[in-house]
Write a protein that binds this ligand. Structure first.
Ligand code: BGP
Length: 464
């Protein structure tokens, strides 16, 4: 039967280079900050990951069987530029040529992320990476290489994956020294500002170099809802959203600091060094759409002015004294990892982003991480994942039917990948990857129940 999604709606699935490719030092690839990440005892690192670099043909055949309309993946910056800048490695371009050719053969639209966490380690060594203004030019140069090489085949581009998370995680910025919180805030806000300028520049370059190209950032807005009907909690939720959900998009889409964000930065002595022309560049080059990674929402209550908020670097702040505090919500179930499952939050995000910026959304990630079990008959009974995904798709369909512009839906993830939080214990895929944290086993691929479910969703254009 016919679903209610418009024809051409991009039902897709996502991955990222460092979580899936492996082959970390093959064919000239240079080191990224993710290769050097210290993982807790026994947790899988990214050296082999899902070995997609060697098995991409098998994987894309599975994508074809699933009927995917789109596949979102990221380029490994250091496969293409081993030093982060300078010499191009033709082997790197060749790998992605093969991936894209095969996707197109199966009628799958490639959606590419230019940079998904795996920042070149050499740029950190050369000049401190994103801390320096030099980073803007190098990111723009890298993106131009991609636009010129792949622009004839790739229409949809994502600039930076989850800038809103990267800037809270020192190791993803290549910072290994232990900094106190004030120092880290100052540095990370400067990094974030450089990423905003870089984003505007790369949007302009995409429009110049890719005929018909569409480009936007992939953000992770965790919409805050008030813990109660108390006006103070409602205000706290509004302020939380200003500081944690929209602060960067205001720069990307409008070239302005939200007043609350500007004051917040000034009060803490971490307002970045800016140039007025940068804001103009952002205003002139807004994105074409907003990529939305949506996993969870937040519940927010007032924080008393004299609260002693737990501080620390490397975390998204749970509380800002006198502004907001995140709390649990009896109406929002949490996953084992404490992620609040709230399908309505996806609808809120889409509605709120559209009213605030007037741009279409592209859902770039949405999914459930869990401990799946491969049964002896080769199946995985992941009805919990089907439940999560179908509840979110229902909200999405409501948005689309109502008339909110949404380009597509890429769930996370096509196959199991090495999770950022918990290695191979936290799986998201429609396809099971037969390895664990300690052993690679045979790296076999097995279709989960959710694979068959999603195949039906796509075949019926969302009717399920
Ligand atoms: C997003 C990232 C993805 C992916 C996902 C799941 O933040 O963009 O790369 O990791 O979250 O997160 P995790 O594996 O840490 O549960």
């Amino acid at each position: 039967g016919n679903g209610e999604f418009p024809p051409g709606f991009l039902f897709g699935a996502s991955s990222s280079a460092y979580q899936i490719e492996g082959a970390y030092d093959e064919d000239g690839r240079g080191p990224s900050v993710m290769d050097l990440l210290q993982r807790e005892d026994g947790m899988a690192d990214y050296k082999v990951a899902a070995d997609h670099y060697h098995r991409f043909e098998e994987d894309i055949r599975l994508m074809g069987e699933l009927g995917l309309k789109a596949y979102r993946f990221s380029f490994s910056w250091t496969r293409i530029l081993p030093e982060g800048n300078g010499q191009v490695n033709p082997e790197g371009l060749k790998f992605y040529d093969k991936v894209i050719e095969m996707l197109l053969k199966y009628g799958i639209e490639p959606i590419v992320t230019i940079y998904h966490f795996d920042y070149p380690q050499r740029l950190v060594e050369q000049y401190g990476g994103w801390r320096s203004r030099q980073s803007i030019g190098d990111y723009a140069e890298y993106a131009s290489i991609l636009f010129k090489h792949f622009g004839d085949r790739v229409k949809y581009w994502l600039t930076i994956n989850e800038q809103d998370h990267v800037i809270h995680l020192p190791e993803r910025l290549g910072i290994r020294a232990l900094l106190d919180e004030a120092e880290f805030d100052r540095i990370s806000q400067q990094c974030s500002y450089h990423m905003c300028v870089a984003t505007a520049r790369v949007i302009r370059l995409c429009h110049e170099l890719v005929p018909g190209g569409q480009i936007g950032p992939a953000m992770n807005p965790m919409i805050g809802i008030p813990a109660s009907g108390k006006p103070a909690d409602m205000l706290a939720a509004a302020e939380y959203n200003e500081l944690a959900s929209y602060y960067l998009l205001d720069l990307h889409c409008k070239g302005m600091f939200s007043p609350l964000y500007a004051k917040y930065l000034a009060d803490r002595g971490c307002f970045p060094e800016i140039e007025v022309a940068d804001l103009e560049e952002m205003r002139r080059n807004p994105p074409d759409f907003i990529g939305v990674n949506y996993y969870m929402n937040q519940t927010v209550q007032q924080s008393p002015a004299d609260a002693i908020a737990p501080r620390g670097t490397g975390v998204i702040k749970r509380e800002e004294a006198g502004i907001y505090a995140l709390t649990s919500n009896p109406h929002v179930p949490e996953s084992e990892w404490g992620w609040g499952i709230c399908p309505a939050g996806l609808k809120m995000a889409i509605m709120e982003l559209f009213s605030r910026y007037g741009l279409p959304a592209l859902i770039t990630e949405n999914g459930l991480g869990d401990r799946d079990e491969l049964l002896p008959d080769g199946t995985v009974r992941d009805d919990y994942r089907i439940g999560y995904l179908s509840a979110h798709l229902k909200e999405l369909r409501d948005c689309v039917v109502t008339g909110y512009p949404v380009i597509g839906y890429c769930l996370w993830s096509f196959m199991d990948v090495v999770s950022g939080h918990d290695g191979m214990n936290k799986r998201y895929g429609l396809v099971y990857l037969n390895r664990n944290d300690k052993e690679l086993l045979d790296l076999g691929r097995f279709r989960k129940d959710s694979f068959h479910w999603y195949a039906r969703v796509i075949a019926t254009n969302g009717a399920e």
